[in-house]
Design a protein around this ligand. Structure first.
Ligand code: TNX
Length: 521
C-alpha cells in the first residue's frame, strides 16, 4: 500500500471507531435478577438475564404528584453519593434511560404498600397504587444495585440493575420495631438512623417507648416537671434527656416521609416512677418518689382511684394525640405488679375511653386483654398465651411480639456481653424460623395485624450497641412480616443475609457476625 493510501486507511478506520464508540451503547452486562439477595424476599420475581445501567444521562422521571416526586427525590438522594451521577428528578414518561415512578398500578392485590417493578435494558419502571408502594419498591431498587451503592462518597462500580419483573406486597399490614428511649435516652439523630434501618427493610412502624420508671422522655407542656425532673436521669445514673415537642414532631415527619407510622407509648399504670417522682400528687400517699436508676420492674403504680390521675392522663394523651398523625396511642399496661387487679381493670377501661375520646385507638401489652377491650384496640402479645386468647375472644386484634423470638435485647448466646436472657438466647436461626400465624394455638393470621420487635435498653447505652443487638436479626423479622410463609426458607435466607454483610458494613452498621451466617466479604 502506498504511503498516502495507508494514511487514509488508518485515518478513516480510526474515525469510524471513534464515531461508533460515541454513538453506540456498550452491550448490556448480563445479570441474573433471580440471584439478587433481596430481604425481604419478594412475592413473585422473574429474571430476564440482562441489565439496566445507570449513566450520566439517566434521569429519574416521576408522575406529576407530590407524593411520587418526594419518593423520586428520596431515591436520587440514596443513589447520588456513591454513583456521583446527577440523576435529575423531573416529571416525564420517556421510554429510555430513565427510572420511572408512577401511580396507577391498578392492581388491588398490591394494596397500599405493594408495587410492580419492571426492569429492561432500556428503563426501570416502578408502579404502585400509592406513594407508599413506590417507597417500598425503591428499597428493592437499592438492594438490586451493588452493595457500594450505600456508600456516602463516590465509588467505582458497574451501576447495573438486573432485568426482570417483580410483583410484591406485604403479608402483614403492621411491621415494626420498638425502641426503649426511657431506660437509656437516645436522641433525634439516633432515632432517625433507626427509622432509616426500618425503611430499608420495608418496615412501616416505629414504636417509641417514651416513658418508664427511669425516665420520662416526651415534653408535656401542661405537666413540665415530667421531663425537667422526670427526664433528668437514666439507668446507671447518666444525665438522661428528653424530646421537646418540636423535636418529636421532627421525628414524626421524618418517619412520615418514609411512610412509617410512629406509635408513641406512655406506659401506665406501672412503669411510672419517673412521673411519680416529678409530681407528688400522682402518688396515693401524696409523697414524691425518688428518681430511679436501677433495672427492677413492677414496683411503681399511678394512684388509680384519684381523679387527678385521670386529669393527668387526659392532658398527656391530648398533647400526644395532637402530635400523632397515626391512628394509635400505646398505653403500656405491662407488669403492673404494684396495682391490684381490681384496680387495674377499671383503670385500663377508663384509659381506653380517654384514648378514644382524643380520636385514637389504644394499643397495650397483652395484660390489657384482662380488661374490656373495644374491637378497635390492639393487644401486643409479648408473653401470655392466655392473654392472647382473651383478646381474640373479645374480637380484639393481636400484634405479635413473642419475647422468645423477637426481643432484640435478648442475647444471641451465653457469650454475648450486652443484653438479657430471661426469655431466651436468640440466635439468627431461632429469630427467623417461626410463623406468627401458627405460633399461638387458636390465634391465626386473620386475628394478627402484624409483628413488632422491641429493643429494651436496660443494657444498651449507645448507637453502636443498638446496632449490635438489632443486626442482623431485624432483616429476618422484616421478612417474616412481609414475605409469604411459603416462600420463607432458612437455608436460602442465610445465604442472602450473608450477602447483606458488605451492605451493612458500607452503611457502617456494627452488626453481630453470627457464625451461623456465610458472610460475604
Ligand atoms: C419486660 S416486655 C418488659 C420490659 C423490660 C423487658 C426486658 C414488657 C412489656 N416489659 O419492661 O424492659 O422485659 O427484656
Amino acid at each position: 500500500m502506498a504511503l498516502a493510501n495507508r494514511f487514509y486507511y488508518i485515518f478513516f478506520t480510526t474515525l469510524f471507531f471513534l464515531f461508533n464508540s460515541c454513538t453506540q451503547e456498550p452491550p448490556a452486562i448480563p445479570a441474573d435478577m433471580a440471584k439478587a439477595d433481596l430481604i425481604p424476599y419478594p412475592v413473585a420475581l422473574t429474571a430476564t438475564g440482562s441489565s439496566f445501567a445507570l449513566k450520566a444521562s439517566t434521569k429519574i422521571q416521576v408522575a406529576d404528584d407530590a407524593g411520587v416526586k418526594a419518593v423520586g427525590e428520596y431515591l436520587a438522594d440514596k443513589l447520588r453519593p456513591a454513583t456521583g451521577l446527577p440523576l435529575t428528578v423531573e416529571v416525564g414518561t420517556a421510554e429510555k434511560d430513565v427510572i420511572h415512578l408512577a401511580l396507577g398500578a391498578n392492581d388491588a392485590e398490591l394494596g397500599s404498600e405493594g408495587y410492580l417493578l419492571e426492569v429492561t435494558e432500556e428503563r426501570v419502571h416502578l408502579t404502585a397504587n400509592e406513594a407508599a408502594g413506590l417507597f417500598r419498591g425503591v428499597q428493592t431498587i437499592r438492594q438490586l444495585l451493588p452493595a457500594k451503592i450505600e456508600a456516602s462518597t463516590a465509588q467505582t462500580a458497574d451501576w447495573i440493575i438486573p432485568t426482570g419483573n417483580i410483583k410484591d406486597y406485604p403479608s402483614y399490614a403492621h411491621r415494626g420495631s420498638m425502641l426503649d428511649v426511657s431506660r437509656h435516652f437516645f436522641g433525634v439523630e439516633d432515632v432517625k438512623r433507626y427509622i432509616d434501618f426500618l425503611a430499608f427493610y420495608k418496615m412501616n412502624v416505629m414504636h417509641l417507648h417514651l416513658t418508664d420508671d427511669q425516665g420520662w422522655r416526651i415534653e408535656i407542656k401542661s405537666w413540665p416537671k415530667l421531663t425537667t425532673h422526670g427526664g433528668s436521669t437514666e439507668v446507671g445514673g447518666g444525665e438522661g434527656g428528653f424530646f421537646t415537642q418540636e423535636q418529636y414532631k421532627e421525628l414524626v415527619a421524618y418517619a412520615q416521609a418514609r411512610h412509617i407510622t410512629v406509635i408513641p407509648e406512655i406506659d401506665m399504670p406501672g412503669h411510672t416512677n419517673a412521673a411519680l417522682a416529678a409530681y407528688a400528687e400522682l402518688n396515693c400517699d401524696g409523697k414524691a418518689r425518688e428518681l430511679y436508676t436501677g433495672t427492677e420492674v413492677g414496683f411503681s403504680t399511678l394512684c388509680t382511684d384519684k381523679p387527678i390521675t385521670y386529669q393527668f392522663i387526659d392532658d398527656v394523651i391530648r398533647e400526644l394525640a395532637a402530635m400523632t398523625p397515626g391512628p394509635y396511642i400505646h398505653i403500656g399496661g405491662d407488669e403492673s405488679h404494684a396495682t391490684k387487679k381490681e384496680d387495674y381493670i377499671p383503670f385500663v377501661n377508663q384509659v381506653q375511653d380517654i384514648v378514644n375520646k382524643h380520636g385514637k385507638q389504644m394499643i397495650g401489652w397483652d395484660e390489657i386483654a384482662t380488661a374490656s377491650l373495644k374491637p378497635n384496640s390492639i393487644a401486643q402479645v409479648w408473653a401470655s398465651v392466655d392473654n392472647a386468647k382473651l383478646a381474640v375472644e373479645q374480637n380484639t386484634k393481636i400484634l405479635m411480639s413473642p419475647a422468645r423470638k423477637v426481643y432484640l435485647d435478648m442475647q444471641y448466646d451465653s457469650t454475648t456481653t450486652l443484653g438479657l436472657h430471661w426469655a431466651a438466647y436468640i440466635e439468627i436461626d431461632s429469630s427467623y424460623i417461626w410463623d406468627p400465624a401458627t405460633y399461638i394455638p387458636g390465634v391465626g393470621k386473620d386475628q394478627i395485624i402484624g409483628i413488632e420487635a422491641p429493643l429494651w435498653s436496660e443494657t444498651v447505652t449507645k448507637m453502636d450497641e443498638i446496632e449490635y443487638m438489632v443486626f442482623p436479626r431485624l432483616p429476618g423479622l422484616a421478612e417474616i412480616g412481609w414475605t409469604p410463609a411459603a416462600s420463607r426458607n432458612w437455608d436460602t435466607y442465610k445465604q442472602r443475609l450473608g450477602q447483606h454483610g458488605p451492605r451493612m458494613s458500607t452503611m457502617e452498621i456494627d452488626f453481630y457476625r453470627s457464625k451461623q451466617i456465610p458472610w460475604a466479604n
